[in-house]
Design a binder for this molecule. Structure first.
Ligand SMILES: NC(=O)c1ccc[n+]([C@@H]2O[C@H](COP(=O)([O-])OP(=O)(O)OC[C@H]3O[C@@H](n4cnc5c(N)ncnc54)[C@H](OP(=O)(O)O)[C@@H]3O)[C@@H](O)[C@H]2O)c1
Length: 210
């Protein structure tokens, strides 16, 4: 908003979104939504209507504690995780394509994770996290496919690891969210159709191996 953008954003639980809900700014538009509800796409369509979208950022994600380690892999939780982390961002991008086409900027950002990198996971001592890792790997794979399909329309895409950030997912261990957001903004500003489809780490600005 400080850069003059109108921000249309979603939140799920009010109790987890107190700081967001405190912001009073006529350029901020809020929508409460649960991605897992069957009409979530329709609700978002009504929310944004026919507005022009310059930058679409897919940030919502879940860590799936019940599909974490063997032998307790709850397949319903795993499927929900795949829907939230991998399928929904692609479906929403397709749904909002005509809004993006109204803009000259036309950028899509997928907040993924280095845990979606098989090259990193195979080397690390990191274990388990079946649903989270596989959902972020699936997101990366589908986001590359989308970047290829959207290339001729000059919609550029960026797949990002935000760094280790102090949020609920990390039990508040990591860099402050504001610092991560500033790193992300820099990379979004550098995004264009010539460098579309890259997987970058927001803290280093460098490419991550798939
Ligand atoms: N923090 C890190 O170090 C880190 C590292 C790598 C990648 N990431 C990625 O960064 C993104 C943001 O995560 P975060 O770190 O900010 O963690 P977070 O605080 O847990 O935020 C996750 C957000 O996703 C929302 N969400 C989860 N399930 C949803 C659903 N069914 N419908 C709608 N919204 C839903 C959550 O809403 P509620 O608050 O209502 O649950 C919350 O706003 C995620 O994609 C995550 O995988 C984070």
């Amino acid at each position: 908003m400080n850069k003059g953008y109108k921000v249309y954003t979603t939140f799920r639980l009010k109790e987890n979104s107190k700081e967001l809900l405190k912001i009073k700014n006529s350029n901020l538009h809020l929508l409460q939504i649960d991605i897992l509800k069957s009409n979530s796409l329709d609700i978002i369509i009504s929310f944004v209507n026919s507005i022009k979208i310059d930058i679409l950022i897919h940030n919502a994600g879940t860590f799936a504690y019940k599909a974490h380690k063997v032998p307790d892999l709850d397949s319903k939780v795993w499927l929900d995780t795949l829907y939230i982390n991998s399928i929904f961002p692609i479906q929403l991008s397709l749904t909002l394509k005509h809004n993006l086409m109204k803009s000259k900027i036309k950028k899509i950002v997928f907040i993924s994770s280095r845990r979606g990198s098989n090259s990193i996971n195979i080397k690390d001592s990191y274990r388990g996290r079946y649903a989270y890792r596989s959902s972020k790997a699936a997101l990366n794979s589908a986001a590359i496919a989308l970047s290829q399909d959207f290339y001729d329309d000059k919609i550029s895409t960026l797949i990002l690891h935000p760094g280790r950030v102090s949020t609920k997912i990390t039990n508040y261990d990591g860099i402050p969210p504001k610092k991560s957001a500033l790193n992300i903004i820099k990379l979004i500003e550098n995004l264009n159709i010539k460098n579309t489809g890259r997987f970058l780490s927001a803290d280093t600005g460098k490419e991550i191996d798939w």
